[in-house]
Ligand binder design. Sequence first.
Ligand code: MRU
Length: 350
Amino acid sequence: MPTVSWDPTGPFIKMIDQRLLPHEFRFLELHNLEELTVAIKTMAVRGAPALGAAAAYGLALVAMQSSAETVDSLRDELDAAATEIEQSRPTAVNMKWALERILKETGEKEILDPEDLRAEILAGAKAIAEEDVLTNRKMAAFGAALLPDPSLVIHHCNTGALATVDHGTALGVVRTAHEQGKQIHVLVDETRPRLQGARLTAWELQQAGIPFDIISDNAAGYFLASAEVDAVLVGADRVAANGDVANKIGTYMLALAANDNLVPFYCVAPTSTFDLACPTGELIPIEERDPKEVLDIVQDGHPVAPQDSTARNPAFDITPNRLVTAFITERGVLRPPFAENIRQILKTKE
Ligand code: MRU
């Protein structure tokens, strides 16, 4: 069941409402641009590739609903909508990538009728969603080959089927290794403050019958030092041209601990997550979310923090390329020197 899909009957975008999991599995129907940007900001849909597909379908929704009577005026509306969608969450580059790809591909075609442009935009969005699943399967096969049998892996955030259209990036590697019959056990970082690990990754692993234990984020160093862990698997929200990685907050500390204990640190990301226009990680915009997400912990009916406490809540951090053992992409496994190898692999088609 895809995380994000297009329903032609509305038309509307259909997506799993991730805010309700693991307690309730329900689909959300989004009928206009505003509903989409709210869903993105409140994290009903989240995870870089799923955001890319949602953004693409959002553009299709705008195209279908527009009353523009000329191709030029429709293109203007689409450009404005793309800017609005892209700004709804700034760090994951997949939204920008998906929107730019559709606008570029349709922009290069000579289209005279707005109806034809609408059809082309929808076809472009569907292609992005369909490709995402194939891409994940390819990455997962490359990644699974790197895991010994049996394996104990640490995983951060949620990078599974829910963070993509289906299958997943880093968690896709775990799924494929499990399908291949390898004995994989996952230590699931709970991933403060939104707890994507404890809520979503644990739910996905449970559904798939893959053994796991949830750990508090700060226990990862303990397990890495105990020499039991075979690999750390994470996804990415944006990879700079030099291989610096923006990913869920806490990834940097995990990478440091993996490096100190000589445990391979694999970043599993499709080529759509690489941003050649961004030379280094310092230039990646980091989303800072509502401090309430940090402060909203209740124990025995009371908030744990003193009343009127303030908090900081960066949603992502940057892991420098020197801490990454390899990138696992749909076009193969990339090892250092990253700047050169990233440029090279992005030039190739498959
Ligand atoms: O804030 P989120 O939940 O959208 O963050 C998601 C992640 O950090 C994932 O690790 C990620 O998008 C990469 S792989 C699907």
